[in-house]
Design a protein around this ligand. Structure first.
Ligand code: KG4
Ligand code: ZN
Length: 351
């Protein structure tokens, strides 16, 4: 079965062709066209601009992903959550292709894509069954969620951010320091030469008796710290590195502590990490180390699959297929196109 994945929830226009064969996943193509250069000058994503850029790119991106394949057996498209104007481009394109090809269409939750993306670099889907139950930390620019994963589609939300997402906090701190956009990769690069113990930023909600997070107060602490330094002319290159390292240490300490605590409480077999922030080596390292101590797995996607891509959407689309039998045998040729039923949902929830 060949699945065409389409992803346009934010500022990446992406399409991918994923082949499912003998229970293994074969990534035939993974095309990601990033709009970072376009949005850089605004210091963040401008939804209207993002939607126009998706419109201009989507046909070319899909054509490249398809290669010589004339028609996929299934189309999987991100239905939400995300920017509604961006989502609409992917969903509408997928509906049109579904109608023309008479190919079945399935809407996918973007967060489910991030959750399962660790599987894309592995051969067997059966590995999942051995890894569950798991606690998944999904950390991106728009979300920070702790999810108990009992099976495919069997999720329980156990914690989430009450304000900013972790990735968003990275982006804002980078902006305050004038480092550019997107902030996560830049801040984590600056941490390499910084002292993480230099500034003791708060660890929000570290001691709260729940699995929720909050990053808004931490962001404000960084803001005030910079504000107080600036008049004294003390924002040296070294100080910027120290701020980045101290900020990142605070974020990681809270994310890791709550994830590990949840893993212990729910007695899971694995910790799953997903979302753009999972590209952060320090975070992945910390969770791997903690998981090893607990004698459980730590499942992290390969770095090039941590950001938004359509391969993870194709994969999650496959998992969304209604019956296990369909998943095993592939879709019947007679599967009807169901394009009329699908709509984008900006606030779609995983649970
Ligand atoms: O999943 P993603 O690509 O898009 C959303 O669904 O939001 O996540 C993007 C987020 C951005 O906030 C970006 O700054 C952050 O992931 N990010 C990182 C790193 N690489 C990307 N945050 C921390 N460290 C990184 N190395
Ligand atoms: Zn994402």
């Amino acid at each position: 079965m060949k699945i065409l994945g389409i992803e346009t929830s934010c500022d990446e226009t992406a399409a991918s062709l994923l082949e499912v064969k003998n229970g293994g996943f074969n990534l035939l193509s993974n095309v990601v066209l990033s709009q970072t250069e376009i949005h850089k000058k605004y210091g963040g994503i401008v939804p209207e601009v993002a939607a126009r850029a998706h419109l201009e790119a989507i046909n070319f991106v899909i054509a490249e992903a398809l290669g010589k394949t004339i028609k996929p057996d299934l189309i999987a498209v991100t239905k939400g959550p995300g920017l509604i104007t961006s989502l609409a481009v992917g969903v509408q394109t997928a509906k049109t292709l579904s109608y023309i090809w008479q190919a079945p269409l399935i809407g996918v939750n973007h967060l489910a894509g991030h959750l399962w993306s660790f599987l894309l670099n592995r051969n067997s889907q059966f590995e999942i069954l051995n890894s569950l139950p798991a606690v998944a930390l999904i950390v991106s620019g728009g979300h920070t969620e702790l999810v108990l994963v009992k099976g495919i589609g069997k999720y329980k939300l156990i914690g989430q951010t009450l304000d900013d997402a972790a990735g968003e906090a990275f982006d804002k701190v980078a902006k305050m320091l004038g480092l550019g956009y997107p902030g996560g990769p830049i801040v984590s690069h600056f941490t390499l030469k910084g002292n993480k113990d230099k500034i003791k930023f708060p660890r929000p909600m570290l001691a709260s008796a729940d699995f929720d997070f909050s990053f808004s107060g931490l962001k404000t602490s960084v803001k005030y710290f910079i504000r107080d330094l600036l008049p004294k002319g003390n924002l040296s290159q070294q100080m910027i590195c120290d701020i980045c390292a101290s900020f990142q240490a605070a974020v990681i300490e809270v994310l890791a502590a709550k994830t590990v605590w949840a893993a212990e409480k729910y007695k899971v077999k694995s910790i799953i990490l997903g979302g753009g922030v999972s590209a952060n080596e320090e975070l992945a390292q910390r969770l791997r180390f903690k998981a090893q101590n607990l004698n459980i797995n730590c499942l992290v996607p390969e770095k090039w699959l941590t950001g938004d891509n359509a391969a993870m959407i194709a994969l999650a689309g496959y998992f969304n297929l209604p019956s296990p039998r369909l998943r095993q045998t592939g879709l019947k040729k007679s599967s009807k196109s169901n394009w009329k039923k699908l709509n984008a949902e900006a606030n779609l929830r995983l649970v």
